[in-house]
Design a binder for this molecule. Structure first.
Ligand code: NAD
Ligand code: ZN
Length: 362
């Protein structure tokens, strides 16, 4: 088992551990039965993770007399809604859940964001633990304490910073994940490497087959390393004042592509396109060296990320970018790689270079 510590010592000590292992079920069951985080566990799943993991977990907890509750929402982004938020609050109230109990978010980023927001809100907050079951949620959304639901006018517009008490990331859970969801998570994996760790990028190139076949040792290293990188960024900037913006590498262009294509491609795939575009534009701007651009291209190719042709209208993508909620005073804030492992935040990056790269990839 690899353990990553997230140290958050502001006005309160919000620090917690991330456990990364093949299976984390025994550890989770032990910790819940020791009542480490609360009395009764409320296990929140979507309909896929309920069948795959939720029901068996709840059976185990029931045998230990923990009187668990299982609440299930439909799978998919639509469940990150105020409707599902209130459905879960009502469900917890009906089951007699109190502030002394604990929410277990068992699923991908949708369940994590929704259940985390529920945990932060129910009776003004009770403990919660994240049990991420998608690659994206293991390397990204379960770390950092951002929890939210969508409102009709905007994604993640209703939420808070609410840190889990612990994260349990089990690699074996990824075996049932559809390939496109693995690729989506890999987009964020590469992002972590490019923003902070050249060694990770080189490791991914050297071990791409192991990554794509979810080889346990390779994935344990990869997931734990990504968690360390994200934890380090979050430790320096818990509430997104500045440093945390580096996590948006590939996202300004990626989000625009995602919206432009009406969410036909997964989030990580769009981020991967965004990274390819920005890296090439950085090279054209004289920042990223040819050698580093080659390594960037190599890691994307070897992990089968953003390959083929990008089918978008350049002008529409550029227009979408300007509407991004992270646009500050009319300026598009862009995270640009200076080398592999080091990025810079720029507010005046020449946008014509971005447009030219989108044109080239079409
Ligand atoms: N809070 C943050 O910091 C943060 C960061 C990045 C993304 N997010 C959010 O995360 C969400 C996306 O998360 P996601 O990509 O995990 O999507 P998801 O939660 O929708 O999961 C993808 C699909 O995989 C299924 N699934 C989950 N685990 C499975 C498993 N082990 N085997 C088989 N199927 C499984 C789910 O039921 C779903 O159908 C978005 O809403 C995004 O906004 C949040
Ligand atoms: Zn992302």
């Amino acid at each position: 088992m690899k353990t990553v510590s997230v140290e958050l010592r502001g006005s309160f000590d919000n620090s917690y551990e991330i456990y990364v292992d093949g299976s984390v079920v025994d550890r989770l069951v032990n910790d819940l039965s020791a009542r480490s985080y609360g009395n009764r566990p409320v296990v929140i799943c979507d309909e896929n993770t309920a069948g795959l993991f939720g029901q068996s977990l709840v059976e185990k907890l029931a045998k230990l007399d923990l009187d668990p509750v299982l609440l299930t929402v439909p799978a998919g982004e639509e469940s990150k809604s105020l409707n599902m938020f209130s459905f879960l609050l009502e469900g917890m109230l009906e089951a007699g859940i109190t502030r002394q109990d604990v929410v277990v978010a068992l699923g991908g980023g949708v369940v994590g964001d929704l259940a985390g927001y529920v945990a932060g809100s129910y009776m003004r907050g009770l403990n919660f633990v994240q049990v991420p079951t998608t690659l994206l949620s293991q390397v990204d959304s379960s770390v950092g304490g951002k929890v939210a639901v969508n409102i009709p006018g905007g994604k993640n517009y209703c939420g808070m910073f609410y840190q889990p008490r612990a994260v349990y990331a089990g690699i074996e859970a990824l075996k049932s994940l559809p390939e496109k969801e693995i690729l989506s998570g890999l987009g964020e994996v590469v992002k972590h490497g490019v923003i902070a760790d050249r060694e990770l990028v080189e490791y991914l190139v050297a071990n791409s087959e192991g990554v794509l076949s979810l080889e346990p040792e390779v994935m344990k290293y990869t997931v734990a390393r990504c968690c360390e990188i994200k934890a380090d960024v979050v430790r320096r900037d818990e509430k997104e004042g500045g440093v945390r913006r580096v996590l948006n590498y590939g996202h300004t262009v990626g989000h625009a592509i995602e919206t432009h294509l009406g969410y036909r491609l997964t989030h990580g795939e769009c981020v991967a396109w965004g990274m390819r575009i920005v890296a090439a534009a950085s090279n054209a701007a004289g920042m990223l060296s040819d050698v580093d651009l080659l390594l960037h291209t190599k890691v994307m190719d070897s992990l089968k990320l953003a390959t083929g042709q990008l089918e978008v209208e350049t002008a529409d993508v550029m227009e979408m970018m300007k509407r991004d909620k992270k646009v500050k005073a009319g300026k598009i804030v862009m995270v640009v790689p200076r080398s592999i492992g080091e990025v810079e935040i720029q507010e005046d990056f020449p946008l014509e270079l971005i447009a030219a790269e989108i044109d080239r990839l079409k």
